[in-house]
Design a protein around this ligand. Structure first.
Ligand SMILES: Nc1nc2ncc(COP(=O)(O)OP(=O)(O)O)nc2c(=O)[nH]1
Length: 254
């Protein structure tokens, strides 16, 4: 899943691809490098990012979504607002990537179901709590998300779970989640992992966001070994090579 942030302030690539022509070029490059999905987001979700209205979010997205969809690669819309999801799905996006797992906008589950779309339900918290059993919290959150999806009529085969690396967790809790990732298979759904260029990598390697590709590859290769089905990354070609090597070893089709 290649990341296409059409935002001025995304933590690692804000402002680089927010002009429509630049966004389209970046989308083409990620497809050429082997992206299976393009994830388009109009609002930075980094900790402390200012909230963006649905109108402003769509103003950023509108010039890009339709043209990226026309490139032919499946598109996911990275939004927790049902109105933004509805607009993108109407233009042909096929996945909603909800960093609040259907639990922020009460209209989101129905919006996904009505469009027959797939949904990524990501674990999130308003604030990190170092004393929390983070895996238990993720389990509870996933159970709520799956209940909402079920109630709305979203087919089970269109549901994906994501432990939300870097969201409402201490750095150590991110490592715990990755170390015990295989425990999340008990929910019976494909797992998505997105650690690309994130703070937990900087915490170990002491490098800035633009210098975290090798660390991202290491984290994502371990996630693949632990059964992650989708990797969300900024750098598609390096991750595609890693995925192909993993598939050769695990003898699975990628
Ligand atoms: N499903 C899913 N979606 C996500 N969306 C945004 C970010 C944050 O990363 P990025 O998009 O690079 O930064 P920003 O939110 O600042 O645009 N991480 C995830 C993630 O881990 N999983």
């Amino acid at each position: 899943m290649g990341i296409l942030n059409v935002t001025p302030d995304s933590f690692s690539d804000g402002g680089r691809h927010d002009a429509p022509a630049a966004a389209l070029d970046h989308a083409r490059r990620m497809i050429a490098e082997g992206a299976d999905i393009l994830d388009i987001g109009g609002e930075s979700t980094r900790p402390g990012a200012p909230a963006v209205s649905a109108e402003e979010e769509w103003r950023r997205l509108a010039p890009v979504v339709e043209h990226v969809i026309a490139l032919g690669c499946p598109v996911s819309i990275d939004t927790y607002k049902a109105e933004t999801a509805r607009r993108a799905l109407a233009l042909g996006a096929s996945i909603v990537n909800d960093v609040w797992g259907l639990q922020r906008d009460p209209a989101m589950a129905d919006t996904v179901a009505e469009a027959g779309a797939a949904v990524v339900m990501m674990h999130n918290r308003e604030a990190a709590d170092a004393g929390l059993d983070i895996l238990a919290d993720i389990d509870r959150f996933f159970e709520n998300s799956m209940r909402l999806a079920e109630r709305a009529g979203i087919a089970r085969e269109r549901q994906v779970l994501d432990p939300g690396i870097g969201f409402g967790k201490t750095v150590d809790q991110n490592f715990q989640v990755l170390n015990r990732l295989e425990e999340l298979h008990k929910h019976g759904l494909p797992l998505l992992v997105g650690a690309s260029r994130k703070r937990m990598i900087g915490a170990v390697l002491g490098v800035e966001t633009d210098d975290r590709l090798y660390g991202s590859l290491a984290v994502h290769t371990i996630a693949m070994q632990k059964g992650a089905a989708i990797i969300r990354a900024h750098d598609v070609r390096p991750h595609k090579d890693a995925a192909r090597m993993a598939a050769a070893i695990f003898r699975e089709h990628v």
